[in-house]
Design a protein around this ligand. Structure first.
Ligand code: NAP
Length: 172
């Protein structure tokens, strides 16, 4: 795939999107789907995920899916290890998430809901980022003018590194 010229030179070849079974994640998957690009799509609902995967394949992408709950950190790690070995990841979009909203009276969520949100939206995102970072860092190229220095705490550093992946001149 690395020698495939269907994509611009700076475009990410291998893109993983969590929460790709519907909503923004599905829309992102379709927008990234193109000949020469490998997509890794993750979510829990297999039937919905396979529908998105089929639509992306129709647009010319190779697609692998993972039916995974981001709260299951060991399964997440195993999926990323296997995928990254076959397809070194250029861009990870950590999109999987949940939202409880507020009651009509503006009441905050319950403690149980707050913990659930943190487990999926924060810890799940960290688990995905940490599964990807060793491979990305091993493929790291020397910094170029315009790169954001990575001197922030670990999670912020993940966000910086991941945010740069899709940009021309971003970390490779
Ligand atoms: N839409 C907005 O206006 C808005 C605003 C601010 C932030 N966001 C955030 O942006 C992201 C996408 O929003 P959206 O509106 O597209 O949400 P959505 O339609 O509810 O989609 C959420 C996606 O995350 C996946 N997901 C949820 N829990 C998961 C888990 N435990 N493990 C793996 N996958 C999980 C869902 O797939 P499965 O159910 O198949 O697992 C689905 O694909 C979310 O993180 C959301 O909080 C959205």
């Amino acid at each position: 795939m690395r020698g495939d010229n269907a994509l611009p030179a700076a475009a990410p070849r291998v893109v993983v999107i969590t929460g790709a079974s519907r909503g923004l994640g599905a829309a992102l998957a379709l927008s990234y789907a193109a000949p020469g690009r490998v997509l890794g799509l993750l979510a829990r609902q297999e039937d919905r995920l396979e529908e998105v995967a089929a639509a992306c394949r129709n647009r010319g992408s190779r697609v692998e899916t993972g039916v995974v709950d981001v709260q299951d950190h060991s399964t997440i790690q195993a999926w990323f290890d296997a995928f990254d070995t076959s397809h070194p990841i250029d861009l990870l979009i950590v999109n999987a998430g949940v939202y409880t909203g507020h009651g009509d009276d503006g009441a905050k969520e319950s403690l149980g809901e707050a913990v659930w949100l943190i487990r999926i939206n924060l810890e799940g995102a960290i688990a995905c980022a940490y599964a990807v970072l060793p491979g990305m860092r091993a493929r790291h190229r020397p910094p170029r003018p315009g790169d954001v220095p990575c001197r922030s705490p670990p999670f912020a550093r993940c966000a910086v590194v991941l945010g740069q992946q899709g940009r021309p001149g971003g970390i490779r």
